[in-house]
Structures are given as structure tokens and as C-alpha cells.
Design a protein around this ligand. Sequence first.
Ligand code: IFM
Length: 490
Amino acid sequence: NTDTQKILRLHIFHLMQTASMNIIDRDVSIPSRGIHGEAYRGHIMWDELFILPFLTLHFPVLTREVLMYRYRRLGKARRAAKKSGYRGAMYPWQSGSDGREESQDIHLNPMSGRWVPDNTHLQRHVNAAIVYSVWQYYLASDDREFLHFFGAEMVLEVARFWCSLATYNPDRDKYEIHNVVGPDEYHTGYPDSDQPGLNNNAYTNVMASWVLQRAGEVLNVLHQERREELMRDLSIEEDEIDQWHEIAHKLYVPFLDNRVISQFEGYGELEELDWGEYRRKHGEMMRLDRILEAESDDVLRYKAGKQADVLMLFYLFSGRELSEQFRSMGYEFSIDDIPRNISYYQHRTSHGSTLSSLVFSWVLSRADRPKSWETFRKALLSDVEDVQGGTTSEGIHLGAMAGTVDMMQRCYIGLEIRKDVLWFNPALPETLEGLELRIRFRGQWLQLSVDHSELSLRLMENSGGCIKVGVRDKTFDMVPGEEQSISLIV
Ligand code: IFM
């Protein structure tokens, strides 16, 4: 695996060029294509969701900086929400210097020479991504100062936005979210509709519910005085909190047969694409949307996705967390349902974004390790082989770069932070003999090495206290200077 290691180091190198100590106090964030090229004009999108986990476990101070970029634009996000008739804060899909929406309205299809409408700005899920990053940073760093002064306010204002976006459907006794776009950027509306956006994108609705639940939790974590202060300053009344609770537990999630989550409401009625025929005709189909548009057809008509959408849920949450999340929303969804969902969308995705192979390799890591590794290698080669045929010269793909490093750091080691416990559940692919790395958790360095039979941990000598560690189902405390070796043979 020297080749894999070499590319991972190259990825870290590029990442550290964009996010280094030099960004501290500069009010900048991390553009999706780094500072390496002009694609997306340097805009900041949701890619920090894939980038921050690496930074948080090594340079938490940089994650804080990136989150501060968002905090400084909270006022703009509030104004954007108000202008669109919502409450709270609505962050833009593409953000630049002053925090206004910078997304394009039209884009060029070079295959047809036509300019086509672009409604990708309706990806409101970026707001959930910001809260997810705030929460993960808080859990990993225990930076209560950040949560107290900045993070909590963002969480509450975004929760308020989701609450005002949701509408009640009495026929279902459920809340719904309309006119949005999920991570799959092919589906920005319904075929033959003159209205942009989709109803009840499953990823968006589940994330909105998760955010609303975190908003309740954040208020409990805060010191009483700060809680009262924020509620007063933001004019949050107790009945508003009750409403968050009600919506969080009653957001609608569409399903197809057999507990396969429907990407959005109406997805099941779309036509199946003849993937075999199209592959024969076009070979690589990463930009299936452009191929179809050039043929005067429309990707909106088909069950064909650009990138992982529903599967993002399995990327962000462990099976156990997700089952709990679904249960809280009134749905039964178990870990056993995950492989069926992966298989369904695996056959209907063109991987037109480099983020897609990354997410697929992650979600396959438990059910099909060889396939996960094969897909990981694809994500790994995104820029070194310029797999999209010419996009790397417009800037590297930082989400895929950081995400592939994070595959080693979190995915194959099964690293997860739940409440104040750092969990490990290693499942290395056959091809990976072992890993050695050092991570930062709640202000302390933990050295770890893992192979197929053993996990060794050493909490470095320092002035901190003990940390809580969990391996598979057992938890224990570790004090600075302590070493632990745990057999992985069952
Ligand atoms: O943010 C991504 C999006 O999910 C897919 N298109 C590229 C963007 C920038 O990386």
C-alpha cells in the first residue's frame, strides 16, 4: 500500500495548504476546490462536512476557525431567512466573502452548448451540515467556550429556520419540507413542473429532525444563565421549544418498498434508466445530466442520481444512531435495512461528484469490505488521475481528499464520538495490514495502532484528566501515560 500512503500524504499536503495555522484570525474558510483553482470561484459549500473530521482530530483550532467563518455570517443568514419569509438563519448553498448566496442561476452544458437553469441553491441541507459540524466539534474538543459564545446561537437559529420551513399535513399528521434540493444535484425539481425543488427529500427531513433535537439538547448543555440570556436575546419562548420537539418527532420520511428510503417524495414514480445501454453508448457517465440534456432528454425523469443522497445518512450516523433517529421520528429502521438501501442506490448513481465514491466506500465498509476498498481507491484517484477528465486543473477536490484520509482515520477504525466517549470498532479491509496514527481528543493526544488482531492505545503524558474510551461494547477510562492493548479476535 505504498501507493495508497503516498496519495494520502499528498491529500494531507493539499489540505494543509488550504487550512493551515495561517488561516487563524483571517476570517476565511475552506473552499471546496481549495485555493488551487478557479472552480466554484472559491466558494464555500457543504464540503466542510467531509473536511472537518480530519482537522478536528488533529488541529481542532482550525475547525473552530472554519466554524467562526460561519458565525460571523450569522447576521447575513438571518437576513436571508427573513427575506425568504422564514425565521432563524438560512445559510447560503455557496458562500463567499460577505455570506450572501453566490450560487449561479444558469450553467453551461458544454455538450449541447446550451445554458440551462440551475436550482442547486435550494440545497438547504447545508444548514444541517453546519450544525452537524458544530456538534461534532463540540463533542471531540469539549470546547464549551465555543458552544457557549458562538455554537449554540448557530444551532438555535438554524433549528428555528427548519421549524419555519416545515408545514403540517393533517392528512398524514406529519410535518413536511417542500421545495428543496438534496445532495443529489441532478434532481432539482419534478419532471414537467415549472416549480423548482422537491418535496420531502429524505436526507433533508432526517437532518432537520436531528438539528431540532440538538437544539433542545444544546439548551440543556448550556449554563443556566447563558440559556436564559440566549432565550431572551433570540426571543425564544418555551412554546417554541415545544414546537421544535413536535416537528422533530413528526417529520415525514418517504419510503419505497421493503424499507428502502425514498430519496424524495415521488421518486418511486420516476422511470428506470437503461444504464447498460447508456454505458455502451457513452462509456463514462459521470455527467449523465449533460448527456441527456444534449439528447433533448432530462435527467429529472429518471431514477438516476449524481451522488450519494439517502446514503449520506449512513455516512454521517452509525447504524445504531440512525435507528434511534428514525425511531424518534416514528419509523422502524434497523441496521439490517442498510445493505438493501445501499444496493438500491448503488445501481442508480453515476458518481458525478468525487464525493460520491467516497461516501459509497464509507457506507460499504461494514457490509462489503472488498467493494469498499475498490470504491475507496476510486475516490483516492479523483485528482491524481483527474478522473472527471479535466476538472482537476480547475482546483483539487478537497472534500474527496480529506475524506479519503478520514476513511483511514475514522471509517476503517470505526472511530465515533458519542456523548463523551471515544468509540472504536475496527474493521480493516484485507488489503490494509495496519494503521498507526495520533489523534487529538478533548485536548489530549492519543496514539493508536491497529491491525487485524489488536488495537493498541496510548494516552500521551500531559496535564489532562482521564478520557472515556469504548472498544466494541466495552467502555473504560484511560489516564495520561496509560497504555491499553485490546484483542480484536472474537
Ligand atoms: O459540494 C459539492 C456538491 O455536493 C457536488 N458538486 C460539487 C460541490 C463542490 O465540491
